[in-house]
Write a protein that binds this ligand. Sequence first.
Ligand SMILES: Cc1ncc(COP(=O)(O)O)c(C=O)c1O
Length: 378
Amino acid sequence: MNLFDVYPLYNITPVKALDCTITDEKGVEYLDLYGGHGVISIGHTQPDYVAKLKNQLDNIGFYSNAIQNPLQVELAEKLGKLSGLEDYTLFLCSSGAEANENALKLASFHNNKSRVIAFDNSFHGRTSAAVAVTDNKKIVAPINAQQIVTFLPLNNIELVENELKKGDVSSVIIEGIQGVGGLDQGTTEFFQALEKLCAAYDVVLILDEVQSGYGRSGKFFAHQHHNIKADIICLAKGMGNGFPIGGILISPIFTASYGLLGTTFGGNHLACAAGIAVLDVIESEKLMDNVNDVYAYFLEAIKQVPEVIKVKGRGLMLGVEFDFDVSTLRKKMIIDKHIFTGNANNKNLLRILPPLTIKKEAIDTFIIALKEALAELK
Ligand SMILES: Cc1ncc(COP(=O)(O)O)c(C=O)c1O
């Protein structure tokens, strides 16, 4: 049987990884400034994480959500403490799209409405409602298009209010910082107005922190830079450092009832062990401090590259913008310089999403390689 061919692949076969280094089958080492789409938070094969997963596997890897699972409770407690949102509750699932799907559904159950406001250039995943609120017609199939969604530009609060006034909007979904779209973000003024309007019009504010959460922005959640509170926060990517786990944090305005949400795999023992190990390492290694330090260092260091016109994003969720399409540059960085970076809908951006453990020396390595690559392409 062949694989269904949906991914354009680089001809690289990683066989080992440690912290920010990936080694391929020929022994070539790559600097990972992309974390496999922003998934690697505490570094590849972090020893405490590996030990915790191995130990969990030796005991019990999975049972359904019909039994007591103290690991879920431990994970929720740690997550509440580290995010500062102890009064929220946690529903566990297995991916970012599933988190968004559950958030949109919970919002609709809650206020009995169905229209969603999403933003231009958004990406929220590939399942039913999640893909319908994603601003990319190419990946929305007719079966997904039956959802009622209105896309608006970021940072235009009047347009949002015009829609909310109509009374049929269930939720507004917004990324803490846009990922796939190209690192644009709402201003503090916009986020704060959005929070107020949602409360005034009985609309659920959903913060998609699947990519921007888990310390990546320098605070636990990117929206916390704007001093607002969301009604539902969606998580995945960094949450398991590669183990598939997602979740939604649910504010106290929602009431749970048996059967309202559910999943077979979500919150299983192995996933929780991964999630707990990640939170323990983020806390003990003070990774959010590292994010802020390396971010400040990056902003200074990138000034050595005159071709860069802007750095978008925040923390270790960055887009380095040029005034040309960077596809060739990105390819050269991987093939010749052995550095993984990412791309975005905005073709002029190199996306930087390294493990949160990245050191300043790795930024130096990146800058030297970037300068060389740019010179070689001239
Ligand atoms: C902001 C955001 N939301 C949702 C998703 C979907 O997550 P998953 O691929 O785990 O379903 C992604 C994935 O890139 C994302 O960046």
